[in-house]
Design a binder for this molecule. Structure first.
Ligand code: NAD
Length: 699
């Protein structure tokens, strides 16, 4: 989020009496809020959280808001304008750090009741209150805005309730006010998905009353205060959908849809939200009470704790990418599955990118794919046009001369990569970095023959680049620390999360995923049903089962990685090369050819309905070897700490986020418990389950 904010153009905000160059006649003496009246008798209440670049809500902020409201009530103005002084937005939500300290549901309820009282007080002010919203208006911020009489959005505003991503639902009256203000189905969808609404969408939903340019804020706010702003409120449809029958019918459908994406046993929050609305939506007062109780229950649950942990893991990885890197030009070699997407992604993030390939057809396809991607992720046509202008097909590889960073993404062959390095290194600008996207070749082998091995680093992206936030930043014993720092900062500039790993076969993520996928194939060989095997992993919380994942990745790539890891690691691995090789020889490579272990139609694996339910043992056979590799990587120093392992596995593989990452899961279940379970599996199925000695250190 920080990155998005940083890219917003600096602006002068209209802050009424506090606007640049004017001194307010009187202002309250709070740390986070300022209050003064303008010449029209409107009170401007400005939120500017002390010591923070973004406005977030905590106990202190609410206490001061309460004082400010008391002061406003003592001498009523004509109206109140509530706005943020931060350039990046209105309010980014509640201070998540505060959540971490709360373990008692009763204490949470008390705190919430105090918060509700302040927000109710805002709602009950007897003069019109206008929230002026620019940038982010999320969670608790939106709850404050909902308690105002009018909402005026500046064009870049984004409003939303992301609580569900933390295993929660809104807790400061949002569940009560939103479904009463706008179509409740839209309201529930916003809260169930956590998706933001941009200003124009918010206007069409009726969530904001006007969308204006910054220079018109004062006029719009004053029009609202003096009753001259047209609003669209309520209506028969909203009433009907909020009726008991309306709620019952809609809730049934919502439950079915939600259950498919977020099973109740793994993600209780969206289900609790549906219950809240269905059972209490008829009375605001009752719903408020129920919201408090439900929020407190969720906040103190393991699921929410783990999802909050994942939020902080993301922050931790983001911080690793915080440094400065002044580079402007990126040259990508290889316009295949990975190189094309890496180039498109870099161009989208402002880099001038040259994309080289020996095959002109690949270059044409790459540009078409980029246009397609930009159409999906962008909201302005000009942004797509500018990014396409920055992405230059480069058949002769001229871009290598001026690039600050060269990323190689040619097929996974040591000789080919080395040959390319020998040809380009003399042409590269002094100080330019050479990065490889290799997924399995040790960098110690790739750097041989280089004039400047200290400039070689691994940037191991995952497929698809635009959706997988994580990139393994691979080091080797000769890379310079400066190059690593620049690599991290580069990843920050393209909004990816670095996971620093040492070069070793499979690095961390592929090494951990391989035994998981191969074990699934052993089970297939034993006669297991592919649907049951996939269901075993999904019942643990993996977003996709291992068989489907193998099809998705491509069985040729799986075979290659499995063979390379088998050759380079001394860990015993199941031998399923025959299963994989047969498929590869038949040309059944998975999703990309329409058939692998599954038949694929329109990007979906076709699954057969009735399959036997998975067993606990199946789950352990799949998941525990993955955890065992994580412990090995920690013991061998491939990865520095447990948080990086957890972050990498969650953001690169979707490892059950509600479990907080593999190491966190291992610690919650108990290292000794897992070690014993592995021993039992080793006795039954062979040495590949023998636990790593590193478990002893965790116990
Ligand atoms: P790919 O086969 O889809 O694309 C490789 C491209 O390189 C092709 O377009 C080919 O024409 C081009 N090429 C070949 N020789 C070249 C040369 N001498 N100069 C310029 N271009 C040349 O391969 P890919 O799947 O994109 O993999 C590329 C690299 O990324 C590999 O090292 C692979 O291990 C790694 N990787 C792949 C994935 C994945 O899921 N596919 C994920 C992470 C990393």
């Amino acid at each position: 989020m920080g990155k998005v904010w940083d890219t917003l153009a600096p602006r002068n905000l209209e802050l009424g009496p506090f606007s640049a160059g004017r001194k307010p006649a009187a202002a309250g003496a709070w740390r986070h809020w300022k209050l003064a009246r303008d010449d029209d008798g409107i009170a401007w209440l400005i939120f500017d959280k002390e010591g923070s670049s973004a406005n977030t809500i905590d106990e202190d902020v609410l206490r001061e808001l309460n004082d400010a409201l008391a002061q406003i009530t003592r001498e009523l103005p004509k109206g109140v304008v509530l706005r943020s002084a931060k350039k990046n937005g209105f309010i980014a939500g509640a201070d998540i750090g505060e959540f971490r300290t709360m373990t008692e549901a009763a204490a949470v309820q008390n705190r919430l009741r105090e918060g509700h009282a302040v927000i109710d007080r805002l709602e009950q002010l007897s003069v019109p209150v206008v929230a002026v919203i620019h940038g982010y208006c999320l969670g608790g911020g939106l709850e404050i805005a909902l308690a105002c009489d009018y909402r005026v959005a500046v064009e870049d505003a984004q409003l939303g309730f992301p609580e569900v991503l933390l295993g929660l639902h809104p807790g400061l009256g949002g569940t009560v006010r939103l479904p009463r203000l706008i179509n409740p189905i839209e309201a529930m969808t916003m809260m169930l998905t956590g998706r933001n609404a941009r200003a124009t969408r918010a206007k069409s939903l009726g969530l904001v009353d006007a969308v204006v340019a910054e220079r018109h804020v004062k006029a719009a706010a004053s029009a609202a205060v003096f009753g001259k702003l047209k609003t669209r409120r309520g209506g028969k449809l909203i009433e009907l959908l909020n009726s008991k029958l309306g709620r019952q019918l809609a809730a049934r459908r919502m439950r079915a849809q939600t259950g498919k994406k977020a099973p109740i046993e793994h993600y209780p929050a969206p289900h609790a939200l549906i219950d809240l609305w269905e059972h209490h939506g008829g009375s605001a007062e009752e719903m408020q009470k129920a919201e408090i109780a439900s929020f407190a229950r969720l906040l103190t649950s393991d699921t929410s704790r783990n999802l909050v942990r994942v939020f902080f893991l993301r922050e931790k990885l983001k911080q690793l990418a915080d440094g400065q890197w002044p580079g402007k030009r990126v040259h990508v070699i290889g316009a295949g599955a990975m190189g094309a997407d890496i180039a498109a992604w870099c161009a989208w993030h402002g880099f001038h990118v040259t994309l080289a390939d020996t095959n002109p057809e690949a270059l044409g396809k790459a540009v078409a794919r980029a246009a397609d991607l930009y159409g999906k992720i962008g909201h302005r046509r000009t942004a797509t046009r500018d990014a396409l202008d920055r992405l230059i097909p480069d058949l002769n590889g001229e871009g290598v001369h001026t690039a600050d960073l060269v990323i190689e993404a040619v097929p996974e062959t040591l000789d080919l990569k080395r040959k390319i390095y020998a040809a380009i290194e003399p042409k590269m600008a002094p100080g330019a970095i050479l990065a490889t996207n290799t997924s399995s070749i040790p960098l110690q082998q790739l750097r041989e023959g280089l004039q400047r091995p200290d400039h070689l680093v691994g940037l191991h992206f995952f497929n698809p680049v635009s959706r997988m936030a994580l990139v393994e930043l691979v080091s080797h014993d000769q890379v310079s620390s400066g190059v690593l720092a620049q690599g991290r900062a580069f990843l920050g500039r393209i909004d990816r999360l670095p996971a620093p790993v040492k070069s070793a076969p499979g690095f961390l993520v592929n090494r951990a995923l391989t035994p998981y996928m191969l074990e699934a194939m052993v089970m297939l060989n034993e006669g297991g049903k592919r649907e049951t095997i996939d269901a075993a992993a999904q019942s643990f919380g993996m977003p996709m089962g291992p068989i489907e994942l193998a099809d998705q990745v491509g069985l040729d790539i799986c075979l290659h990685v499995a063979e390379s890891l088998k050759a380079n690691l001394d860990r015993p691995m199941p031998d399923v090369s025959r299963v994989l090789r047969d498929k590869v020889e038949l040309g059944e490579l998975g999703r990309k050819t329409g058939k692998g272990f599954y038949v694929w139609k329109k990007g979906e694996a076709i699954k057969e309905g009735a399959a036997p339910a998975p067993t606990e043992e199946m789950r352990d056979r799949l998941i525990l070897p993955m955890l065992d590799v994580c412990v090995t990587c920690l013991r061998e120093g491939i990865v520095e700490d447990e948080d990086i392992i957890d972050g990498a596995m969650v953001f690169a593989t979707g490892f059950a986020p509600f479990r907080g990452g593999p190491m966190h899961y291992a610690r919650s279940r108990g290292a000794e418990n897992i070690r014993r379970a592995l021993e039992v599996l080793a006795q039954r199925y062979g040495d590949r389950f023998r636990p790593d000695p590193g478990w002893d250190r965790l116990a």
